[in-house]
Design a binder for this molecule. Structure first.
Ligand SMILES: NC(=O)c1ccc[n+]([C@@H]2O[C@H](COP(=O)([O-])OP(=O)(O)OC[C@H]3O[C@@H](n4cnc5c(N)ncnc54)[C@H](O)[C@@H]3O)[C@@H](O)[C@H]2O)c1
Length: 252
């Protein structure tokens, strides 16, 4: 088991009731981390923090809109005041929309990028400054298989483009932050067994599964376990990298 005792771990978008962020937060909690979760969803944050506490983990929730620079600054200042440091940042918050390019509006494009790329930029920039002072940090971003091979099941081309942008951002950042003992890596999940997958009609679900060599969607735990490894002190010589978690549906 990887040990996060005394480490402050911030997970964004972890207020979703059945989302990947909830599992990521619980996994860090189980491994000893102080788990801070942030989301725009107050109710979801309250529920997921209570769950973390009931499991015996140290946890606190914060409500913030990651697309708002003031909100992000306040969040990071508050965390540093209370906890003194941030060891791990997991950029999990993200949104999607199924729409063709033909029907996509510029506002659709901006909305997706605003969360998936610009919000991720704002929180990463603020947290990286804290990590630089510590001379230690681990940043893990949630990209997607859609950013590498195109999506089309749950997201449009704007979602794919935003997730591809995250891959490039992380690689460039790796060059800037290495001298401070900070790593930045991505995971690129394929189809994961969350609510959105369960909402797919049976016939369409069968078609999707046929394209996955492992013949099933991934579990949120399988994503969390890869993230926790990249966020651990043990992953000290891995940066600017991405791990595909997709049951073989895309290999490169
Ligand atoms: N579910 C999948 O199959 C899958 C596959 C590949 C990648 N991903 C990525 O993994 C991440 C989590 O996916 P999920 O399915 O658990 O999503 P989810 O919708 O369950 O959770 C995302 C959370 O982000 C929060 N959020 C959205 N905008 C925000 C903002 N401006 N500020 C703060 N929080 C905000 C939402 O409130 C929500 O709680 C996303 O980045 C997604 O793109 C998911």
């Amino acid at each position: 088991m990887l040990d996060f005792t005394d480490q402050v771990v911030l997970v964004t978008g972890a207020g979703s009731p059945k989302g990947i962020g909830r599992t990521i937060a619980q996994t860090f909690g189980r491994q000893g981390g102080k788990v801070l979760i942030v989301d725009i969803n107050q109710e979801g944050i309250d529920k997921n923090v209570q769950e973390l506490k009931d499991l015996g983990y140290e946890a606190e929730g914060f409500v913030a809109d990651l697309t708002n620079p003031d909100s992000v600054k306040e969040l990071v200042d508050e965390i540093v005041d209370k906890y003194g440091r941030i060891d791990v940042l997991v950029n999990n918050a993200g949104i999607s929309q199924k729409v063709t390019v033909a029907d996509m509006t510029l506002d659709d494009m901006k909305r997706i990028f605003n969360v998936n790329m610009f919000g991720l930029f704002l929180i990463t920039q603020a947290v990286a400054e804290v990590m630089k002072k510590q001379k230690y940090g681990r940043i893990v971003h949630l990209s997607s298989v859609s950013g590498k091979r195109g999506g089309g099941i749950f997201g449009g081309a704007h979602y794919s483009a935003s997730k591809a942008a995250v891959l490039g951002f992380s690689k460039n950042l790796a060059r800037e932050l290495s001298e401070y003992g900070i790593t930045t890596n991505c995971v690129a999940p394929g189809l994961i067994n969350t609510e959105i997958w369960k909402s797919l009609p049976k016939e369409q679900a069968e078609d999707v599964i046929a394209g996955i060599p492992m013949g099933r969607p991934g579990e949120t735990q399988e994503v969390a376990d890869a993230i926790v490894f990249l966020a651990s002190p043990e992953a000290s010589y891995i940066t600017g990298e991405e791990i595909d978690i997709n049951g073989g549906s895309h290999m490169d």
